[in-house]
Design a binder for this molecule. Structure first.
Ligand SMILES: NC(=O)NCCC[C@H](N)C(=O)O
Length: 258
């Protein structure tokens, strides 16, 4: 029985031209990235997710980072308006996919800008990073659209997205890199030494996806009684991507609706 749908998007042949903001550019091996993406999708499928490809956007180098194009909250999809202008054409393909799976669709509109990577949902609370890509106008819109949730703005330091610095474990505690955000805003924080250790995807049950770049945090997860699912995403990390941004999980939906 499927846990739900995992939206993914195949890497663009122009992936190596993706944006870098806070790190030095280094050469991306696009063939290796494709193999890593295949393995990432296989890990999702192994964990019980039905993997659904959003139509590729080969002209958009960063389109593999599909998380940034939408926020899924229950049965609703809020289409993002990416803070980087060159990423805005990515949203159309995601819109088709979320409509096909039967989600109710809303949109962030100008002057709001929002990247999905800035939105971290823990229970009924929606934390939104406010910084380079997401602005106050979008947070105000999100608060109006999600009136049944608590929307908490989190000012960001030198980090691309909120979820580059903080994500949540299945027990609701967060793993965070100190210094990048004000972690005092979160109820229960476990600080981790490795940058890649604060990026996790809860795959259901006790399974937690984590990057091969974070071996110490992987051991910590084991010690805490979770089952780490380790994937190598090195080529995406060179573009400030991580395990979270390569998919959008839509629990409880099993296939495109006709
Ligand atoms: N949610 C994410 O962590 N997205 C990563 C986006 C990386 C991409 N190179 C960008 O700068 O937009």
């Amino acid at each position: 029985m499927s846990r739900g749908i995992a939206l993914v998007r195949r890497p663009s042949s122009r992936l190596a031209e993706g944006l870098v903001t806070h790190i030095e550019r280094s050469t991306v091996d696009v063939d290796l990235a494709r193999r890593q993406h295949d393995a990432y999708c296989a890990a999702l499928a192994d964990a019980g997710w039905s993997v659904l490809d959003v139509v590729p956007a080969d002209h958009c180098p960063d389109s593999v980072f599909v998380e940034d194009t939408v926020v899924v909250c229950g049965s609703r999809a809020i289409l993002a308006r990416p803070g980087a202008q060159q990423r805005r054409p990515e949203v159309a393909g995601t819109e088709s996919a979320v409509r096909a799976v039967g989600l109710e669709v809303d949109k962030i509109s100008s002057p709001g800008t929002l990247d999905g990577g800035d939105v971290l949902q823990i229970g009924d609370t929606v934390y939104v990073g406010q910084g380079g890509r997401t602005n106050g106008a979008a947070i105000r819109q999100l608060r109006g659209l999600l009136a049944d949730r608590r929307v908490v703005a989190v000012p960001l330091g030198r980090v691309l997205h909120l979820k580059s610095a903080v994500t949540a474990l299945p027990d609701g505690t967060v793993v965070a890199s100190p210094g990048l955000v004000d972690v005092g805003i979160f109820p229960a924080v476990r600080t981790v030494e490795e940058d890649a250790g604060c990026h996790v995807v809860c795959l259901g049950g006790d399974k937690v996806m984590i990057s091969a770049s974070a071996p110490k945090t992987t051991s910590l997860l084991e010690d805490l009684g979770f089952t780490p699912v380790v994937v190598d995403v090195s080529e995406f990390e060179k573009l400030e991507g991580c395990v979270t941004c390569l998919s959008v999980l839509v629990p409880g939906i099993t296939g495109p609706q006709h």
